[in-house]
Write a protein that binds this ligand. Structure first.
Ligand code: PRT
Ligand code: MG
Length: 208
């Protein structure tokens, strides 16, 4: 008997790519996920269900075993911690860079730096590792506005093309980490559902 499995997917910009990866592995929701308010989907593989969550909630569901596996950005894992999780696959999709950024041409002074970000834990670790004193201001969005409005001298955000920064008179400064989408697995599920999880991991590795 194959044990039932739940895979948590991040809604937003990586949902489409996650679904097409799963599709290649034959994991296809039995009804359309797009334009649907439902959050729980059965798939053509009867033992496999999908749930759709805010990206930031994916590691929480998987850590606590409410989902067995998840697909999520490395940025989210770095920010939330990955204790209790295996990270067996780097899908190498939705690649981007976690960077510090500031106004074009602006050089930060050697005093305590004011930094706005939604990645507070990453920011604390980064500045501590550089020996830089930083006042970290938690924001939930529109980080690019913070330097313009003098809320902060620097931000930490995700950069892809760099267009968002440019359009706001800013430029990327220092690379903190290259980011891509990862498969995460609950450590207990990995043991007790090994018979269904292990072949699935191997199948996913073979299609990427
Ligand atoms: O938006 P919400 O708060 O609901 O959740 P989220 O931001 O965690 O999710 P979402 O859907 O925005 O992003 C999901 C994942 O996509 C992230 O966790 C990253 O791993 C990955 N990813 C890849 C990106 C980008 N590229 C990206 N460009 N996430 C965000 N961006 C944003 C960035 O924050 C900035 O506002 O796009 C803007 C920069 O893009 P460029 O091309 O202008 O540089
Ligand atoms: Mg977002």
């Amino acid at each position: 008997m194959i044990e039932p499995l739940v895979i948590a997917l991040s809604k937003g910009r990586i949902l489409f790519k996650s679904l097409s990866l799963l599709k290649k592995a034959g994991i296809i929701p039995i009804e359309s996920v797009e334009n649907n308010r439902k959050l729980l989907f059965n798939t053509k593989k009867k033992y496999l269900n999908l749930i759709i969550l805010r990206a930031i909630d994916v590691p929480t569901y998987v850590k606590l075993g409410a989902a067995d596996m998840g697909i999520v950005g490395k940025d989210v894992l770095l920010e939330n911690g990955s204790k209790g999780l295996y990270e067996p696959i780097d899908f190498k999709i939705s690649k981007c860079r976690l960077m510090t950024a500031g106004l074009i041409g602006f050089n930060v002074k050697n005093t305590t730096r004011k930094v706005a970000t939604k990645f507070v834990n990453i920011a604390k670790r980064y500045y501590a590792s550089k020996g830089i004193k930083a006042n970290i201001i938690k924001l939930y969005g529109a980080m690019e506005l913070a330097p313009i409005m003098n809320l902060a001298e620097e931000i930490i955000d995700i950069v892809d093309t760099g267009n968002t920064l440019k359009e706001n008179g800013m430029e990327p400064k220092t690379l903190i980490k290259n980011i891509s989408t990862r498969l995460i697995v609950n450590k207990t599920s990995m043991i007790i559902k090994y018979k269904s999880i292990n072949p699935l991991i191997e199948l996913l590795i073979s299609i990427i």
